[in-house]
Design a protein around this ligand. Sequence first.
Ligand SMILES: *[C@@H]1O[C@H](CO)[C@@H](O)[C@H](O)[C@H]1NC(C)=O
Ligand SMILES: *[C@@H]1O[C@H](CO)[C@@H](O)[C@H](O)[C@H]1NC(C)=O
Ligand SMILES: *[C@@H]1O[C@H](CO)[C@@H](O)[C@H](O)[C@H]1NC(C)=O
Ligand SMILES: *[C@@H]1O[C@H](CO)[C@@H](O)[C@H](O)[C@H]1NC(C)=O
Ligand SMILES: *[C@@H]1O[C@H](CO)[C@@H](O)[C@H](O)[C@H]1NC(C)=O
Ligand SMILES: *[C@@H]1O[C@H](CO)[C@@H](O)[C@H](O)[C@H]1NC(C)=O
Ligand SMILES: *[C@@H]1O[C@H](CO)[C@@H](O)[C@H](O)[C@H]1NC(C)=O
Ligand SMILES: *[C@@H]1O[C@H](CO)[C@@H](O)[C@H](O)[C@H]1NC(C)=O
Ligand SMILES: *[C@@H]1O[C@H](CO)[C@@H](O)[C@H](O)[C@H]1NC(C)=O
Ligand SMILES: *[C@@H]1O[C@H](CO)[C@@H](O)[C@H](O)[C@H]1NC(C)=O
Ligand SMILES: *[C@@H]1O[C@H](CO)[C@@H](O)[C@H](O)[C@H]1NC(C)=O
Ligand SMILES: *[C@@H]1O[C@H](CO)[C@@H](O)[C@H](O)[C@H]1NC(C)=O
Length: 393
Amino acid sequence: MAKIVSLLPLYLLLISSFVLPVKSFDNVTDMYALRSFKSSIYGDPTGTLFSWNHSLHHCHWKGVVCGRRHPDRVTALNLDSLQLTGCISSSLTNLTFLQRLSLSNNNLIGSIPEELGLLGRLKFLNLSENSLSGNIPSTIGNCSKLKVLHIESNHIQGTIPSQLAQCSKLTYISLRENFLIGTIPPILGNLTNLSVLKFSLNNLNGTIPASLGQLQLLETLLLGFNNLFGEIPESIFNISSMLVLSLPGNQLEGSLPSNMCDTYSNLRSLYLSDNQLKGLIPSSISNCSVLGKIVFAINSFTGIIPSNIGSLKNLFVLEMSENKLEAKKPSDWSFIDALVNCTLLEVLNLGSNQLQGILPNSIVNLSSTLYEIGLWMNQFSGSIPAAIGRLTN
Ligand SMILES: *[C@@H]1O[C@H](CO)[C@@H](O)[C@H](O)[C@H]1NC(C)=O
Ligand SMILES: *[C@@H]1O[C@H](CO)[C@@H](O)[C@H](O)[C@H]1NC(C)=O
Ligand SMILES: *[C@@H]1O[C@H](CO)[C@@H](O)[C@H](O)[C@H]1NC(C)=O
Ligand SMILES: *[C@@H]1O[C@H](CO)[C@@H](O)[C@H](O)[C@H]1NC(C)=O
Ligand SMILES: *[C@@H]1O[C@H](CO)[C@@H](O)[C@H](O)[C@H]1NC(C)=O
Ligand SMILES: *[C@@H]1O[C@H](CO)[C@@H](O)[C@H](O)[C@H]1NC(C)=O
Ligand SMILES: *[C@@H]1O[C@H](CO)[C@@H](O)[C@H](O)[C@H]1NC(C)=O
Ligand SMILES: *[C@@H]1O[C@H](CO)[C@@H](O)[C@H](O)[C@H]1NC(C)=O
Ligand SMILES: *[C@@H]1O[C@H](CO)[C@@H](O)[C@H](O)[C@H]1NC(C)=O
Ligand SMILES: *[C@@H]1O[C@H](CO)[C@@H](O)[C@H](O)[C@H]1NC(C)=O
Ligand SMILES: *[C@@H]1O[C@H](CO)[C@@H](O)[C@H](O)[C@H]1NC(C)=O
Ligand SMILES: *[C@@H]1O[C@H](CO)[C@@H](O)[C@H](O)[C@H]1NC(C)=O
């Protein structure tokens, strides 16, 4: 079967040299480009490209969409999740009307052809979940209409090209889970329409550019699991549209602004674990009123856990283990009484902190949705109330 598939392009090539006129019409440019694309795909176990033959007009080939005004010109190529094996042919650059190129979740290898940057009408590029390597071509800056750039989960190397900042219409960039090095170009702060920026799981270093604070429509910022250092710029806490801020697994320092939640009123998730952050849990935390997940584990946060945390009605994960949080007097434990109001709470981890004194009995009244309580490596005393058995999960 594999052999037959791999011979198919050759077979088509032979047929075509007899059947087609040598002179190429404008209306066949895209057909040639698609055929050339097909010839660089050598594995097609679902037989999708079988329909790419002469008995059908190329606009009817599977995954191919043509324009209304230019009926022979390809405007979209949608070939996701088809187990296609092979390379991305640079011939795609001849699909000059292409607006959408989606080749995600296949087994594509090789590099991203530089020529893709010449697709001036391209709005959507999804090459995620392949095994593409090489650099992100700097020609990408020529895609002035590009809105979505999704190259997650590949083997892309090199640095983030600063030319990306020329694609001023970008709203979504994910380069997550690659092997990118170097720093985050500060010029990306010019992409003022960005709502999603995902660079996590790479080898980026340097600091988080303060210019990212200019992204006033940003909803999701994922920079976790890199080698970023320095303080989180204050400007990042100034983005009122922020829903998910995720910066775990770096070497970030400094403390969180106490008024952080005065701006972050829409924040749903805050992941800051495994850094070198210190200082107090922001006293304004109750103003992040829709916050559901707080993950601060493995840092050096100090002070008490503010009891106004109990007003976060959506809170379901409070993970604060391996910090230097304190409880000395009974009132320092009042956060447990307050958390009784968090009826969605599932995880409460306060292990490896400096909680002293008597464990309050109100712990038995925490939500029965709890499935994990971590209180290991602290210095509190007293007995564990028998009624803790009420927490049936
Ligand atoms: C291109 O145009 C020629 C001449 O009008 C026509 O014969 C041919 O079928 C067209 N081919 C395609 C692929 O549209
Ligand atoms: C061309 O593709 C169509 C649609 O998949 C298929 O029915 C037909 O058998 C194919 N023809 C050849 C010669 O492979
Ligand atoms: C684009 O099309 C032209 C004309 O058909 C051809 O000469 C050229 O090689 C094509 N470019 C690529 C990168 O395939
Ligand atoms: C890109 O493709 C992946 C895998 O098929 C999919 O999960 C993701 O939603 C796509 N991205 C966009 C922005 O549509
Ligand atoms: C692409 O960008 C380069 C420099 O950024 C420029 O020289 C070139 O003319 C551009 N090409 C197109 C087709 O826009
Ligand atoms: C940003 O988006 C808005 C609304 O979609 C649009 O009007 C504006 O032109 C975009 N800005 C840029 C620089 O593309
Ligand atoms: C950042 O990474 C680059 C490339 O790996 C390296 O050359 C540079 O020394 C690193 N800089 C710092 C401050 O770690
Ligand atoms: C970034 O934006 C600033 C302010 O709008 C502008 O002065 C600068 O030229 C832009 N840089 C680039 C490379 O577009
Ligand atoms: C935060 O935003 C306000 C108003 O939008 C602005 O005046 C202030 O300079 C910003 N602060 C930082 C640190 O970016
Ligand atoms: C919450 O925000 C309001 C309005 O901005 C402010 O008056 C109040 O002090 C804030 N609460 C806390 C605990 O910071
Ligand atoms: C729990 O919620 C009730 C009703 O909203 C409120 O009266 C009470 O003060 C809250 N308790 C704590 C400890 O926040
Ligand atoms: C638990 O809640 C019940 C009913 O709301 C209340 O009567 C009881 O005093 C609480 N127990 C503790 C230890 O706070």
